[in-house]
Ligand binder design. Sequence first.
Ligand code: SAM
Ligand code: DTB
Ligand code: SF4
Length: 352
Amino acid sequence: MQSSVAATTLTPSTEATADEIRHDWSRQEVEALFALPFNDLLFAAHTMHRKHFDPNQVQVSTLLSIKTGACPEDCAYCPQSTRYDTGLEAEALMEIEQVLEQARAAVASGATRFCMGAAWRSPKQRDMPKVVAMVKGVRELGLESCMTLGMLSQEQAQELSEAGLDYYNHNLDTSPEFYGDVITTRTYQDRLETLDHVRDAGMKVCSGGIVGMGEKQTDRAGLLQQLANLPHHPESVPINMLVRVQGTPLEEEADLDPFEFIRTIAVARIMMPESHVRLSAGREEMNEQMHALAYFAGANSIFYGEKLLTTPNPQANSDMALFDRLGIEPERRHVEKAPATPSPHFYDAAAQ
Ligand code: SAM
Ligand code: DTB
Ligand code: SF4
């Protein structure tokens, strides 16, 4: 007979207690989490994880670069900045039908969310009609939609929300103190304002950062502190490991201790118990054991497919083979947070 203890501990509770969903973290408290013995930290993170999620499900998103390279910003990690010679060939904004063709392929490969990224500082008004049509087309295929287009004004956020865009990705990238060492062409405050616009327009927020850029542990703590202390936790928190691209200022950056990466995932899981924590860029450098540890620590989302925006990602079949070995299933849709029925915006868009 199965013990009732096993049954209770294996069933996730969706009830968050008031002391779990916090927006008042001090830096010292976050640093104390990072300083826990590794096993204690992982135990706490995994306990939190299985309380709020099925620990054997991972959400998969497909990513497409709809406009590549020639970006005027100077983000030191980025192969798409026009300031660095990375050998990348710039491409103009894709045609709507080309994007939808890729979205149909994503449906066929089992993805439930389709993310479109553009190497822009912010979208130009002339680009908005095309982008809006892409959102509507992707939604009509039954996919959740996500975009990352740079900074948004309140009006642009509203327009995307009305088109039915489910998620907007805009990362804080690192702590406020380290930020200036990485990017000088837009401020931390600019990023916070875009996140406010996205939230105010009623879209779900995807926001996280990058580790392994030469920042200190207190900067990783500072990034998570900023994200968790937002008025609402982002629904999705991508944790990227720097992909060192030749020609960028960070091409020679030293390796981050892999356990420090896992600690960052675990602390994110503890601080934002109801958010999907996404194991994002850098997976190509991570072996299967590292993936398994990240899933145990609370990562429950990945980008799926052989390319991120411009850099390689593990082959979809190797991800699925690992899921199989670990007894993980791709998440269908998260019932409470992303209803299977389209949002009211979808019906507005479909009626037009
Ligand atoms: N241009 C838009 C912007 O920056 O807001 C959207 C696309 S941008 C490529 C999205 C995110 O990708 C960045 O915020 C950064 O966190 C991540 N990223 C870019 N290059 C990376 C790299 N070499 N390694 C890891 N993450 C990277
Ligand atoms: C995010 O945080 N990571 C993704 C997504 N949001 C758009 C992008 C990673 C890009 C890695 C470098 C590249 O492929 O160009
Ligand atoms: Fe441009 Fe985005 Fe790359 Fe920064 S991260 S250079 S804004 S594409």
